[in-house]
Design a protein around this ligand. Sequence first.
Ligand code: AMP
Length: 218
Amino acid sequence: MVIVLFGKPGAGKGTQAPRLAAALGVPILATGEALRAAIREGTPMGLAAKAFMDKGELVADDVILGIIKDTLSSAPYANGAILDGVVRTVPQAEGLQRVLGDLDRRLGAVLVFDIADSEIVQRVSGRLTCDKCSAPFTGRTPGESCDVAGCQSGLGGGTLMRRKDDEPAAVQTRLDVYKEKTAPVLQWYERHGARIATIDAVGSMDEVTNRAKHALGL
Ligand code: AMP
């Protein structure tokens, strides 16, 4: 089953994605993470995307659709996926539909994380991210070591830092971009008869996970 996690930047999609992926037994496709990995590796795609990402602007649709197509066609994704931060524009929604049609798969649901802008600004300003595994943290100090087990053993241990696009000016840009380009995607899905489930994204991690699982019938 393919599930699209939909909502403003900082709504908690990245926190909930691994929990829902584990519950469903499918992998995650997170375009933001794929792009950050490309930047770390210094690939041409990463170098081209970095300036847009640092400012909080969107990366071009054809780049994103390339990632979507390559990833969903690969073997680990044969049984479905949790899409985190993917489908941020109407052309991406149309492109995803085409890719799923070509692969003879279908969209299971769009899970909408509902949250006010004021809550986002407060949340993101306190968020740190591991520079190696990208796990999000709150209530920690920049420079501390990442304590995610797989990160320490697999990648040599990351350091907690503020993402450049979590700086206040970039957060405001990301919220503006969401309103202008991403919010209309939900109307597109409504018009195309997708199953849309909306959950309150404010609460403890476990509360939100339970709401999400309930909304997806898990
Ligand atoms: P995220 O980790 O999902 O917050 O994404 C970080 C940044 O990567 C975004 O602010 C965009 O610059 C870029 N990005 C990630 N996913 C997409 C997408 N589906 N479409 C366009 N840009 C994206």
